[in-house]
Design a protein. Sequence first.
Length: 500
Amino acid sequence: MLNPNVREFVPLGARTVTQHSTGAPFVSLLSRVTFIMPKSKTVYRCTECGAEYPRWQGRCETCGEWNTLVEEVVAPKVAVSGGSSRRIAGARSLAEGGSVAATPRLREVHGSEAKRWKTGLDEFDFVLGGGIVPGSMILIGGEPGIGKSTILLQVAARLEANGHATLYASGEESALQVKLRADRIGSGADDVSLLSETNLETVLATSGAASPAVLMVDSIQTVFTADLEGAPGNVGQVRECAARLMRYAKESGTTVFVVGHVTKGGGIAGPKTLEHIVDTVLYFEGESTLDHRLLRATKNRFGSVDEIGVFRMSQSGLEPVANPSELFMGDRASHASGSAVTALLEGTRPVLVEIQALAAKAGFGTPQRVTTGFDGRRLALLLAVLDKRAGLAFSQLDVFLNVVGGVRMQEPAGDLAVAAALASSVYDRALPVDAVFVGEVGLGGEVRPVSQVERRIAEAANMGMKRVFLAERAVPRRGARDVELVGVRTIQDLLRRLFA
Ligand code: TYD
Ligand code: MG
């Protein structure tokens, strides 16, 4: 097969122009020298206003934005026969050069939802919405070292075992490194085909020839197309490579997984630009120092979003954790003050999470507010509410707040638990170990109902909790089995019941 990696060498003596068409053609005076030319013409386009430039510059002169120019390939114009293409005289000339496409009625479209491939890695299948959809493109994002390559290799091994041929293209690691990892996870990845390659044309040609059921590209930041001048990993390259992989997935029916790195800041030429292109986006979350990882679907054309899968990183790869609450509650010290439990909803699944607060006498200067897994401004708000409505003074206290287990708490349902934990730390009195707090706290100190409270209560009961504190209005009329429901109207009401 012809190696697409081979670029065209053009003898400059012949007649060579630079790749940028605007301006006079540049004719080189050097003869007998060969010169590498990119295959296609490229331009730099501003991502803000769309203005086009022949070469890169720091600032877009049209809209004045900095660092917004991204390289892209210019599609060759189709030659239009019969006169100037500028002539716009009615619909006919507008349609010149096009061809008529079929427009079936929806009832004439046949076929059912494609059967999904199960990997047998339960949490992974769950996050995808029940397995891998053939012909889809899935992005796995996350910080370096969090386990993206590991899970892909595990998925590859399982797919091979189920009879779906898999090609693993790694631009980051040598074949030997991948092999060593495979030995470590020991899940029979022997049949997975390996390709150590960074040239996208070669990856696509190889995959096209082998036609595997699944192609994995690790990572999108290391592959490049020879059609663009930019280095691998820059926005133009990442976007173009992803777009081509997507086209390949749709045309061939091959499922394509791509790995994308994000930094702590969440930025750089990273998966953010890819999210629009791909069908499904899975993000790995969690502290790399802890041994468990959350895999969250932030976009899914074939399933619900915000669904999480929980894994534990072990000696032999990532193991699904069937009961996340157990994991997050595992090391709970029962009699420490400042600890409260809430029931969060992660996607469709309720999860019990511990919140730890520590209020300690401040040293010099402004007291500190340090949070992990919780919005700092939300904490400031809750402190102000506790101060104003319940008379708990924090102005002389440093406050530390930690959502245990690397969970990021995004919904306000945890407010009540945060307030309880803060008060518990100030009074230095432990909360009942078997209590769960669910509710949003308003500026007036009122406790508000949150969504899907019955599922949260059910999870609390499942985990052996005995009492759930929640907004009075949210207490289900039917009550609940095995747990006592305590309705509270305000923060003062809550503190009176807990510490009176
Ligand atoms: P990796 O999948 O290489 O991360 P990424 O591709 O996201 O950069 O995982 C790297 C970490 O996982 C590394 O610190 C080692 C650890 N690890 C284990 O603890 N157990 C294992 O079985 C494997 C394969 C990796
Ligand atoms: Mg990796």
